[in-house]
Ligand binder design. Structure first.
Ligand code: SF4
Length: 407
């Protein structure tokens, strides 16, 4: 059953054609790792990111050649492009000239009020949004001193100072991030920020690191806030191919029910003593076979026909192993029996059929009576062979007692 939760009310802004905030779908962002001056290499990465579910991409604009690259990248990019600016406010002006759809400014390293205001005034004239991207690692030293170190309050104050400069030139089209690599600190800072502004918030755990810990840290911070209704756009900052960032962002939003499913949601049992196949291998092969196919279905891989179809009855489609055969089921109903080596191929074929014709048509085309009879046969045989205690727990308990009392 779908569960929904309330999202914080924020203003809406647009990065190109993509809306952010105001209850619009939460977007996924990532950043290219190529030199922005390398136009073809950067575009190749942007296309890969877009295919993996990225809605908005950011490219560094750190030198004149990068700004010139942006002038060629932006018109050919399938998704809006944001220029990432540090230290040099002139690069922000150059990026706007190049036609970018938005800017990210770091208030920790562009600090002169006249520079900030010049950029905001130009963005206002061009109708472009700016992200105030506070980063725990590059906080204004004056705030660091004032707060006696990096605190949530210091990061929020940094954002508020930037907003005050924006207000002076009447610029309101901004979103904010207060990223830190420390998860509890980042969560605290965003909660504090959500209390004092209705600007859309961009969530992220900065420098989360390589996989898998980077994924865990970023998910811990981002998911916690999203479940509280905080956050309008997200980025995973991983030390990995940026395609992994886009995939992770997309998958998190789909898992939380915040974005419509695009690809297969593969669920699989953890396997146990009852498993009739190597569940990890079948699940991995199925993941690979589904790849980036746009099949928005939940598909289950279950280790045994004894419990599999029942435990995964909510899945659109599943397969459970038994007696060297794969038992396919649709919404918990057995629909076909295939050879064990054909399990993955059959899953893909049925998933494509369901995607095109629906669950009812899939059940209608099956000989469910035959499939159910065969499943019952294998289930019965496995129960006879392994009994109810497939993990042999009772035998182990008897052995443990013998060992303990014998000692
Ligand atoms: S009982 Fe069957 S479906 Fe459940 S974990 Fe064990 S092998 Fe998987």
């Amino acid at each position: 059953m779908a569960v929904s939760f309330e999202r914080r009310q924020t203003r809406t802004l647009h990065v190109g054609k993509v809306p952010i905030g105001g209850g619009t779908p939460i977007t996924v962002q990532s950043m290219t790792t190529t030199k922005t001056a390398d136009v073809e290499g950067t575009l190749q990465q942007i296309y890969a990111l877009a295919a993996a579910g990225c809605d908005i991409v950011r490219c560094t604009c750190n030198e004149a050649e990068a700004a010139e690259g942006l002038a060629q990248i932006v018109p050919r990019s399938p998704i809006p492009v944001i220029a990432d600016i540090h230290h040099q406010y002139k690069m922000a002006l150059a990026a706007m000239e190049a036609g970018v759809h938005g800017l990210r400014l770091n208030p920790g390293n562009i600090r002169r009020p006249e520079h900030i205001k010049a950029v905001a005034a130009e963005a206002k004239d061009r109708g472009l949004p700016i992200r105030i991207g506070v980063n725990g690692g590059s906080l204004d030293p004056a705030l660091y001193d004032k707060y006696g170190g990096l605190t949530a309050g210091a990061m929020v104050e940094s954002a508020m100072q930037e907003i005050a400069y924006f207000d002076e030139v009447g610029f309101t089209d901004y979103k904010i991030s207060v990223k830190a690599s420390n998860v509890p600190l980042m969560v605290d800072a965003y909660r504090m920020l959500a209390d004092v502004t209705d600007a859309p918030l961009h969530l992220g755990v900065t420098e989360a690191g390589p996989l898998p810990q980077g994924l865990l840290k970023a998910t811990a911070g981002i998911a916690t806030l999203l479940l509280e209704g905080i956050g309008d756009t997200i980025r995973y900052s991983l030390t990995a191919d940026p395609v992994e960032e886009a995939r992770a962002g997309r998958q998190l939003l789909e898992a939380l029910g915040l974005r419509e499913r695009k690809n297969v949601d593969l669920i699989a049992c953890p396997s146990c003593g009852r498993a009739e196949v190597d569940v990890i291998d079948v699940a991995n092969r199925a993941m690979q076979a589904f790849g980036e196919r746009k099949l928005p279905l939940q598909v289950a891989v279950m280790g045994c026909v004894v419990n599999g179809p029942g435990e995964a009855r909510e899945a659109d489609l599943g397969i459970a192993a038994g007696n060297k055969r794969g038992h396919l089921f649709v919404k918990g109903r057995n629909v076909a029996v295939v050879k064990e080596e054909d399990m993955v191929e059959a899953l893909v074929e049925w998933a494509e059929f369901i995607n095109e014709h629906g669950v009812d048509a899939a059940i209608a085309r099956a000989d469910t009576t035959l499939a159910e009879r065969e499943a019952a046969k294998d289930r019965g045989a496995l129960l006879d062979e392994k009994g109810l205690d497939a993990n042999h727990a009772q035998e182990k308990i008897v052995e443990i007692r013998r060992t303990v009392s014998g000692g």
